[in-house]
Design a protein around this ligand. Structure first.
Ligand code: UD1
Ligand code: CA
Length: 475
């Protein structure tokens, strides 16, 4: 039933066709950046991606229209995978102009909810409240407002004689001193009656300090046309905060990450000193996992239950199963670790490392594109790259897979139960057969058959009395 609300093909007064327009064409001059504002990241993903993800909880992607302009192709590419539609605002002549160029795309909808692509903390609940309040009020324009202690820089809401209805929105630069004292601000989120929006939008002018078409001027325009303009206040003013400056952006990033920690704490995760941890929005962590101070969990990382992630570890886009211990200073990227494994301290798992159940990777072990089997161990000072290592293998300290000949990469295969003595170099391509031994300090250049012992080093020679004679000669 709820789905009918979104479906374009079944409009009715109870189920209006609703589109969401996201304004994301602006440059973000105040950031002093060569990157478009909406692609700056907070909580580990672009600001715009947060807004789109929230919009998708209200309408399907096909009814979301992102208005892009500044660095349009980069912005499009960054969020195209969501399936939303795009409208090009080639020249950015203001928020009113952004909606003007979307006219064709939005024809056929009954209601348009407009979101600011630079205000990423908005929640789906608030958007739905805005949508429903607009419908219940039978308003032409409904704006989401908020009371801010410091309203500087925002448009102020001028109420009609203190009532629910709105007379006008006055931008900071045009506000009279008395108006600047108003703490109720325009959040930049609106609901419009779509046909009325496009009937009146051409009345906007650029006669203002910025020489832009202000979407906000529509409040006064509708008032003059005797159309109903109302405002609904957010319950949490923090939701509408924008990211116009780097300082604002960092405040929002901190807010988002603390909220993420709170969500994880509520779900049964222990996080010591949460304000020292950097946990991205999409990260998942299982219950009874303990996260120590100064840990970063980034991107699409998933950590299982009953794990301990010790301090100074940075884990990106990786999956860690249950009962895993990650000791201090471990760096992990695009990797998978199976249950019960013990990693670190100071292990570096590069892309494509797959660590099997109960396996150990220890101090200063670097891995890349490897499979390490069940219960296998590489506890100290090794480089293991492009290698398939079976179950129950012991890799001695200082072992190196020589996977690169200066042009190509080659694979190393180490079968189940192999013992590699310390300080061995395995020159790939190479295969060490099941159950074989490689003597310490060997340089292995030829395959080793199963159950064999391979020695790849010069035989030791001992010169009796040599050192004593040398000492005596010196005297
Ligand atoms: C706007 C509102 C202001 C409100 C504030 C809330 C106007 C005139 N003012 O001001 O009342 O308090 O938001 O955050 O609307 N954009 C386009 N095309 C353009 C210009 C802007 O798509 O031509 C996009 C921007 O990328 C941004 C959003 O619209 O995502 C808001 O624009 P911005 O310049 O940040 O407006 P504010 O000055 O914050
Ligand atoms: Ca803004």
């Amino acid at each position: 039933m709820a789905k009918a609300t979104y479906t374009k093909s079944e409009p009715s007064p109870q189920h209006p066709r609703i589109a969401i327009a996201v304004m994301a064409a602006g440059k973000g001059t105040r950031l002093k950046s060569k990157h478009p504002k909406v692609l700056h990241e907070i909580g580990g993903k672009p600001i715009l991606a947060h807004v789109i993800a929230t919009a998708q909880k209200v309408v399907p992607a096909a009814d979301i229209f992102v208005i892009i302009g500044h660095e349009a192709e980069r912005v499009r590419e960054a969020v195209a995978a969501t399936g939303v539609k795009f409208v090009l605002q080639a020249e950015q002549r203001g928020t009113g102009h952004a909606l003007m160029v979307a006219r064709k795309a939005l024809t056929g909808y009954d209601q348009v909810v407009v979101l600011s692509g630079d205000a990423p903390l908005i929640t789906a609940e608030t958007i739905k409240r805005l949508r429903d309040f607009h419908a219940a009020q039978k308003a032409t324009m409904t704006l989401l407002s908020a009371d801010l202690d410091n309203p500087y820089g925002y448009g102020r809401v001028i109420r009609k004689g203190g009532r629910a209805e709105v007379q006008a929105i006055v931008e900071e630069k045009s506000a009279a001193p008395q108006q600047k004292k108003i703490r109720e601000i325009n959040s930049g989120f609106y609901a419009f009656d779509a046909p009325a929006l496009y009937e009146h939008i051409d009345r906007l002018s650029t006669a203002n300090p910025h020489g832009e078409y202000y979407l906000t001027d529509l409040a006064a325009i509708f008032q003059r046309a005797r159309k109903k303009v109302v405002a609904i206040k957010t319950e949490d003013a923090g939701e509408v905060l924008g990211t116009n400056t780097r300082a604002e952006m960092m405040m929002l990033d901190a807010r988002l990450r603390l909220a993420k920690c709170r969500e994880l704490l509520d779900a049964g995760v222990t996080i010591f000193y949460p304000h020292t941890c950097v946990i991205d929005s999409d990260v998942e962590v299982g219950p009874d996992t303990v996260i120590e101070p100064f840990v970063q969990l980034l991107g699409s990382t998933k950590i299982g239950a009953d794990c301990r992630i010790r301090s100074y570890s940075i884990i990106g886009n990786s999956t860690v199963a249950d009962h895993v211990t990650v000791k201090p200073g471990t760096i992990m990227e695009d990797s998978r670790v199976a249950a019960g494994a013990v990693i670190g301290p100071y292990s570096h798992l590069r892309s494509g490392s797959e660590v099997g159940e109960g396996a150990h990777l220890g101090n200063f072990v670097e891995t890349k594109k490897i499979k390490l089997g069940k219960g296998s161990k590489a506890n100290h000072l090794s480089y293991l790259g492009d290698a398939e290592i079976g179950d129950g293998v012991n890799i001695g300290a200082g072992t190196i897979t020589c996977n690169y000949d200066g042009v190509n990469k080659h694979r190393t295969i180490i079968e189940d139960g192999v013992f590699i003595g310390s300080d061995s170099t395995l020159v790939a391509p190479i295969k060490i057969g099941r159950g074989a031994y490689v003597a310490a300090a060997s340089c292995i250049t030829e395959d080793v058959p199963a159950d064999a012992l391979a020695l790849g080093r010069a035989r030791q020679s001992v010169k009796e009395g040599w050192a004593r004679q040398k000492r005596e000669k010196r005297r």
